[in-house]
Design a protein around this ligand. Structure first.
Ligand code: NCD
Length: 310
């Protein structure tokens, strides 16, 4: 199976490659669960994380995934690196590359930054979130979780509720779910729905109850206040009242609907605490699945002969 050098977006992957990642992630999850978290898959390889934006789970899961596979793993602390002295993104990435790096995991506030880096380094570049563009590894772990709980993606009704406009998670999920024949419904105040909605092959609602009705999967997304201009919605309390997913509203979804959220969760805003801890919420399991999926991606992209037919 052929893989490109870099994983920059779901847009660049075909269904076979996605299936291969998800299949490999299943094996990786077994390794984690068996609690013997050391395999030789990445022995002798180096993996560096370079995050220009905050992160808990994405950065740590990449770091642990690398370590579980025996790679040499290191993180560049951007705030205390030469970035603070004015070094450009490309120069920083090339410097890291010169140290013998094999995979560079990058998160950046600008859409397209990982693409620019990928064209200038030898290492495999993995996009861990670029501005409002894509977050491919999140969509892959979400798909993994949906598959694990629902057995298939085709025909699934997935309602994504929250700040869609600013969400790279929503975009990557839409691209992936469209490739597998799932039905995606978005819900947000109209000021937080993307303008390109007609091109996305999704339904969009401003009424959360309509959006959730008969869904198989309800995915909450955080209000990304750090990216928003003022005035996109009246107040957090009002947002929670009109758009928040709560115990009453979830009853409109299918009886066996599952609840997902990429985190970080703002409890009481996009979802209530009761929904976070709901018996059909798999938000905590998404975190574990994130490590397994990232182990799979690191292995498939950096193994010998990557880019060639195997
Ligand atoms: C998301 C991100 O950074 O895009 N978080 C994540 O990676 N799990 C979503 C968010 O910040 O709300």
């Amino acid at each position: 199976m052929k893989f490109p050098k870099d994983l920059l977006g779901i847009k660049d992957l075909n269904a076979d490659q996605i299936n291969e990642i998800l299949k490999t992630a299943k094996i990786m999850k077994e390794i984690i669960i068996k609690n013997n978290k050391k395999t030789p898959h990445l022995q002798g390889k180096t993996v560096i994380t370079l995050f220009y934006e905050n992160s808990t789970r994405t950065r740590l899961s990449f770091e642990l995934a690398s370590k579980y596979l025996s790679a040499n793993a290191a993180n560049v602390a951007v705030a205390s690196s030469s970035v603070a002295k004015g070094e450009s993104l490309i120069d920083t990435a090339r410097t890291i590359d010169m140290m013998g790096n094999d995979a560079l995991i990058i998160r950046h506030q600008s859409a397209g930054a990982p693409h620019l880096v990928a064209a200038n380094v030898n290492a495999s570049v993995i996009n861990a979130g670029d501005g409002m563009n894509e977050h491919p590894t999140q969509a892959l772990l979400d798909a993994y979780t949906m598959l694990e709980k629902k057995g298939k993606l085709e025909g699934l009704k997935v309602a994504i509720v929250g700040d869609i406009l600013h969400s790279r998670v929503a975009r990557s999920n839409i691209y992936l779910l469209n490739k597998f024949g799932a039905e995606v419904t978005l819900c947000a105040p109209s000021t937080l729905l993307p303008v390109e909605i007609e091109r996305l092959n999704v339904k969009a609602y401003t009424d959360v109850e309509k959006a959730i009705k008969d869904a198989d999967v309800v995915m909450g997304l955080r209000m990304q206040l750090e990216r928003q201009k003022k005035g996109l919605f009246p107040s957090i309390d009002e947002y929670a009242d009109y758009f928040g997913v709560n115990e009453e509203r979830i009853k409109l979804a299918k009886e066996d609907a599952i609840i997902l959220h990429p985190g970080p969760v703002n409890r009481g805003v996009e979802i209530t605490s009761g929904i976070y801890g709901h018996e059909r919420s798999f938000i905590d399991e998404q975190v574990l699945n994130g490590v397994a999926v990232r182990m799979a991606i690191l292995y498939l992209l950096t193994r010998k002969g990557q880019g060639e037919e195997k």
